[in-house]
Design a protein around this ligand. Structure first.
Ligand code: PMP
Ligand code: GLN
Length: 381
């Protein structure tokens, strides 16, 4: 294989979901819901397939979807976007991340990224020839260390890559934390890519605040999101990027050579979802909060140190107190010990002193699946 693949391991999600299949384990690993999104949205896709939406969509996405994305950003956050130039539909947020980095990072540019980082960030920063500069959200609180953020920026920094609500820690960045990010970005004239795929999945009074809404940030922020997380259609791979024309244009410049376009029958269905099904994510968040509490209570009872997440559908634990030094070893042994699969969050860290004992558990699963997983874990003790 080419040199660029050196040092980039196969994605942990493939490894762990294959392990779950092979061993018949309860899969609390890869983050996909076991309940699909709204039936009306599926019906809309079926209609589009029957009506002949079966050829290439425009490269930046079908207009109805770009309009629905702009309307969603306006309705929830007061953000004004021109669907003609400031919205691009991507093949999942995954392609959005890839195209943003390929379109904005030059070889040798440094990219400041929150650690633990979603694994595709590592691969795509490397493919773009960039150098990652992690800023660690440290347990047990997983808050942003503003001094560490400031220290990570230098004259080679070009981009900051932010994720809130944050996978895997469950941190929802506060306005004060976002304000610090904005100050650093403005002071050093940086572009910020912000991955907000879990924007509607926040709990209690934790509020998702888009970075683009902070003063001085709209013009330097490229925001990514996805119908996979918003409407529980992870297999559809419909995502989007929003922001000023120079940034969406850079993303599109790379995206046109990756997929050109995709999902022509799914795009009108996602437009329908954005326009009509906000009730879906409103009730998903309430549901998920209950399942979060169920999972966290069960894991705490096993004497794992659990971070109760403020958002996303993942809970991070430290398994050191539970007697395990290495999360990967723990997760490889778990199917045989307990018949459960989880993700070694270790894979998302450069700082192994911090990451080595961290394990991530998904709770976007039905309550009886979570109960089964917890029962298996406590029987294994
Ligand atoms: N970013 C984060 C933080 C994620 O957790 C995921 C996984 N859903 C993605 C991006 C990828 O999104 P998609 O499935 O739309 O490609
Ligand atoms: N985003 C999902 C997670 O964090 C997985 C996506 C994938 O498998 N690439 O679990």
């Amino acid at each position: 294989h080419a040199d660029r693949l050196d040092g980039i391991p196969p994605t942990i999600f493939t490894e762990m979901s294959a392990l779950a299949m092979r061993t018949g384990s309860v899969n609390l690993g890869q983050g996909f819901p076991d309940q699909d999104g709204p039936a009306s949205v599926v019906e809309r896709a079926v209609r589009a397939l029957r009506d002949g939406d079966n050829q290439y969509a425009p490269g930046s996405g079908v207009l109805a979807l770009r309009e629905a994305i702009a309307a969603h950003q306006h309705r929830h956050y007061g953000i004004e976007l021109d669907p003609g130039h400031e919205v691009v539909v991507t093949t999942g947020a995954t392609e959005g991340i890839a195209a943003a980095l390929l379109g904005l990072v030059n070889p040798g540019d440094e990219v400041v990224v929150l650690e633990p980082y979603y694994d595709s960030y590592l691969a795509m920063i490397a493919f773009a020839g960039g150098v990652r500069r992690p800023v660690t959200l440290r347990g047990p609180d997983y808050r942003l260390d503003v001094e560490a953020l400031r220290a990570a920026v230098n004259e080679r920094t070009r981009v900051m890559l932010i994720n809130t609500p944050h996978n895997p820690t469950g941190t929802v960045l506060t306005r004060a934390e976002l304000q610090s990010i904005a100050e650093v970005a403005i002071e050093h004239d940086l572009v910020v890519i912000t991955d907000e795929v879990y924007e509607h999945l926040t709990f209690e009074d934790h509020e998702h605040i888009p970075l683009a809404t902070l003063p001085g940030m709209a013009e330097r922020t490229l925001t990514l999101s996805s119908a996979g997380k918003m409407f529980s259609f992870t297999g559809w791979k419909i995502g989007w990027a929003t922001g000023p024309r120079e940034l969406t244009g850079a993303l599109l410049g790379a995206k046109q050579w990756l997929s050109f376009s995709s999902g022509s029958a799914l795009q009108p269905a996602v437009a329908h979802a954005l326009d009509n099904e906000s009730g879906f994510y409103e009730s998903l968040r309430v549901d998920l909060q209950g399942r979060r509490d169920q999972l966290c209570a069960g894991l705490s009872a096993l004497e794992m140190e659990v971070r109760v997440p403020e958002g996303t559908y993942f809970a991070c634990t430290d398994v050191a107190a539970y007697g395990w030094k290495d999360a990967h070893e723990f997760c490889l042994a778990l199917p045989e010990r307990a018949g459960v699969v989880a993700i070694p969050a270790q894979a998302f860290y450069d700082d192994q002193d911090e990451g080595r004992h961290k394990v991530r558990w998904a709770f976007c699963k039905e309550a009886d699946v979570i109960a089964d997983g917890l029962a298996r874990l406590s029987a294994a003790d």
